[in-house]
Write a protein that binds this ligand. Structure first.
Ligand SMILES: C=CC1=C(C)c2cc3[nH]c(cc4nc(cc5[nH]c(cc1n2)c(C)c5CCC(=O)O)C(CCC(=O)O)=C4C)c(C)c3C=C
Ligand SMILES: [Fe+2]
Length: 429
């Protein structure tokens, strides 16, 4: 599909033309389509992030402020139906990221007696830097934690990469199956929550009969920076989060720690070259006990100051932590401090790209906020990176006392789609 077909017009153009009393719709021959696929806001209001490319958008893309993450179960056994849906999803996703309706004039133009092909709540809204990132879970290939008896329904078991396996159980977690696992995930990020929700809702609608939503999570504030230009945001414990994250500019680090390389897989799993693995963890944070701790204790648990975000013993946010500094013979950064235990020095040099979001899902019926961090990380092999890091944190990290991880999932995120290509083509073709 061309980026700017003559019958494509933006959601803004629909309302603008309608407001001016024009007839809109493909049949009426209205032309427009002025949201080109640029990667930034150039000042003209073109808030698009390119959907197609070597890697999927939504990984190193400058982290947007809002998230709607959905995990789907595939409910059909038909490979043809699944492939057909993935093609329709690709088309709709490509369009929505450019600020277009899922199909031309889908919300209003199909007549009075047909369900609209676009749900309409994004009419008049900009693309808001929407990115849609797809991932495939272990259950798509056969038995997995969500269904240990599952067959290889789509004939792709031999194509499953070794690094796509269920995450192990970790100490101190309370994983709920209804918030975990999934055959396919879609990560929708945007700077407008309605745009992200619209995208997930329409993909779920298009997928009826083929997929059903297993769980989903909204996030309202990013907890990471993924480019050098971004300010560091704060998490629900009030600390700057994302200071030491990998950035889009660190291309060498990304190649080493995030992107799957050709040599990582045998020929059958080459469809993952240029992709990455997404780990999602819903981590509820014990807000009320945390809020009763004094500032010094909070800073000791994290290993950084709350105001500046500097490593304890240093002045500025981006100063390197010195884990050997002592005071009265004791380490300045506690042995149990989160940043010490998560640092590459303590993890055989491994790094992960964090791209999580704050969440608050009301309260739990006992007067406690159901709030936390929806942790998302991208890495080249979760079993060499995320898993050992999480094992160390679960056992030793002082922060663990305030955390209850209750959702967990892993997905293989294939590389980006080229022009004309559809999501999953290299896996299924
Ligand atoms: C397994 C990986 C990680 C989980 C799970 C995790 C949860 C988690 N983290 C915070 C708060 C902060 N984390 C910070 C740094 C940091 N965290 C991880 C990994 C996990 N965090 C890494 C790899 C790092 C960077 C370490 C380094 O190289 O220095 C920080 C400090 C600021 C920063 O660098 O981002 C904070 C604050 C919470 C609240 C949380 C679970 C809810
Ligand atoms: Fe952390």
């Amino acid at each position: 599909m061309s980026e700017e077909s003559s019958t494509s017009f933006s959601r803004r153009a629909v309302l603008g033309a309608a407001g001016a009393g024009l007839v809109v719709g493909g049949a009426a021959g209205v032309t427009g389509g002025y949201f080109a696929g640029s990667s930034s806001d150039d000042g003209s209001g073109d808030q698009t992030v390119a959907f197609r490319g070597d890697h999927q958008a939504g990984i190193t893309t400058e982290a947007q402020d809002r998230l709607h993450f959905a995990a789907f179960d595939v409910v059909t056994d038909s490979r043809d139906e699944l492939v057909d849906m993935l093609k329709k999803w690709t088309d709709a996703a490509d369009r929505m990221t450019r600020g277009l309706e899922t199909v031309d004039d889908g919300a209003l133009g199909l007549g009075d007696y047909t369900p609209p092909a676009d749900t309409g709540e994004a009419l008049g809204l900009s693309p808001a830097h929407l990115t849609l990132t797809i991932g495939f879970g272990p259950g798509l290939f056969g038995p997995s934690a969500s269904d240990p008896n599952r067959k290889d329904r789509f004939g792709i078991a031999a194509r499953k990469p070794a690094a796509l396996a269920d995450l192990p159980m970790f100490a101190q977690e309370k994983i709920e199956p209804g918030r975990s696992y999934g055959d396919i995930c879609i990560q929708a990020c945007a700077d407008d929550p309605q745009v992200a929700v619209h995208a997930i809702r329409n993909l779920a609608r298009i997928g009826v009969g083929v997929v059903s939503v297993r769980w989903s999570q909204l996030g309202f504030g990013r907890t990471s920076s993924t480019t050098r230009g971004q300010d560091t945001p704060r998490n629900m414990f009030g600390f700057k989060d994302g200071t030491a994250n990998i950035r889009a500019e660190d291309t060498g680090v990304l190649d080493e720690h995030v992107w799957v390389a050709e040599g990582d897989n045998p020929p059958a799993a080459q469809w993952m070259t240029g992709g990455t693995y997404l780990v999602a963890r819903r981590i509820r944070m014990d807000i009320e006990p945390w809020d009763r701790q004094n500032l010094k204790e909070q800073e000791t648990v994290i290993g950084r100051t709350k105001g500046e975000g500097a490593p304890i013993g240093k002045e500025s946010e981006f100063d390197e932590p010195d884990f050997n500094m002592t005071t009265y013979g004791a380490p300045m950064i506690a042995r149990t401090a989160h940043v010490r235990l998560a640092h590459p020095d303590q993890n055989n040099g491994v790094q992960i790209l964090r791209r999580g979001y704050n969440f608050t899902d009301g309260s739990d019926g006992f007067g406690h906020l159901d709030a936390g961090l929806f942790f998302i990380a991208f890495n080249r092999d979760s079993f060499k990176q995320f898993v050992p890091m999480q094992q160390t944190l679960s056992r030793k990290d002082a922060l663990t006392e305030y955390l209850i991880p209750n959702g967990s999932a892993i997905f293989a995120v294939p590389p980006g789609v080229k022009d004309g290509e559809w999501w999953g083509q290299r896996l299924f073709a």
